[in-house]
Design a binder for this molecule. Sequence first.
Ligand SMILES: C[S@@+](CC[C@H](N)C(=O)[O-])C[C@H]1O[C@@H](n2cnc3c(N)ncnc32)[C@H](O)[C@@H]1O
Length: 181
Amino acid sequence: MAQTKTDNSFLADKIALRIRHLPKGDVNVLDCFAGTGKLWDAVQETTGRTIRVLPIDKRKDINRFRLPGNNLRFLQTLDLSKFNVIDLDAYGIPFAQLQVLFERGYKGTVIVTFIQSVFGQLPHELAVAVGFSQTMMDKIPTLLGARGWEYFCQWLANHGVSRLFHVGSSRKHYFAFRISE
Ligand SMILES: C[S@@+](CC[C@H](N)C(=O)[O-])C[C@H]1O[C@@H](n2cnc3c(N)ncnc32)[C@H](O)[C@@H]1O
């Protein structure tokens, strides 16, 4: 019988992905969807490496240091060259955040969680960016959504991302890529 992955094994996949893509030398992470910081705590514990993490989260009930508020605001204004890893562990599709990284010419490692909703709808701007018209989006949203991951990869490729290191399936994808100088 096919085995379904539990949340814990996805957590293990996410931690392993981050460990596999740790840069050599100093590690400075901008953790844009930091939550309670359990992913990077686990990476530090497992590797024993010193990792500097600047967390951002919009939740108000987190009892540890973070930059509070919408990460888009910080991504648009912080000096991104200070970070060699940007972590986008979103609940949905962090399209707007990736768009800012591309617009600002960020160089470094990007780690992303991509989760499509059960109805599978794509962010409007992503659909437009890969060439669909408003009429098509209105007429066949489910069909477009069914190939969401494929369209998303196409959009990344249009921005020069040629190699993805990827774990996941169907609606949930965890991946990393590097944007070089
Ligand atoms: C999947 S959880 C991240 C878990 C986290 N990586 C950890 O190690 O615990 C997503 C987090 O992103 C936050 N979030 C969602 N949208 C955000 C936004 N636009 N700006 C800042 N934080 C956001 C949520 O409050 C939530 O804590």
